[in-house]
Design a protein around this ligand. Sequence first.
Ligand code: FE2
Length: 308
Amino acid sequence: MKTPLITIPPEALGSSFLRSPVLFRHRFGEHPLFSEEGLVGLIDSHPESLTDLNINRFDAEGRLVKLITGDRNGLGGADLINAVGRGELWVNLRHVNETHPGVAALMAEMQAALEALDARFKGARLDANLLISAPGAKVPYHADQPEVMLCHIRGAKRIWIYPNGGRHLPDEHFERVVLKEITEDIPYDRSFDADAAVFDLEAGHGVAWPSNAPHRVENLGTVNISLSIEYMTWRNRLRLGAYYLNGLLRRVGLPQKPVADLKPLGLAARWALAQPLKRLGLHKGRQMLFKREFELVRDAAEDVRQNA
Ligand SMILES: [Fe+2]
């Protein structure tokens, strides 16, 4: 019998699945696409417009103070991996499943495996982002709108996952994310760490968490390769609809019950009301544009560095 692409502990499945963070195993790292040669090929053929180069700068309290974005500047996969190995870069190849048939086939296999484990994954439409990050790179505290699972392929990293409500995810702040007024970063305080589930991820580990749960990541001294897989479930659609509606109501002076306290029927009602309002487009979000502030360059010694 073929070994499954993912193995989720049986005790984590069932009605409690994704009600709390869960560690699982996967076999993506065995695929030639993610060998050294495979990665170079993936990067070489990935469009520059879908390749993000980020450097995050933090204060002493671990809060993001600056996100600097850069340009790949036409450099190929081998050069990019070289630069990641010596710098502080966090590289994201967005939507690799859309540009690489091999990754699309793996996502189809993953989708089938997840559907076999839990019917809520039917039609979840997995979207893959390939993350290649430097030994000292960190991702700040943030919450994503889609559901996310992180499949770690190479290196070592630590992830903190926090509760998806209360002071860890203030409604008025995440409403602004859903209304596209701000990006996904939300207020962080070191004291939150006492409430986090913490996982040290090695090759073959995957971790999934409840909808919109805030998280942050620190690499542990090695180049890291991971697949961040985003998807939508109905539970998440309902939550995002409720945040959207609550955000609009708050703007006319009608603050609502926090999303974490809503029962499924309350979430569904808010989602249903949010749909026509979204279509009307009364609330204009801001378009988030990041000016690229550095580019990768090859120096006289043929080393690739960032020029900022
Ligand atoms: Fe994230």
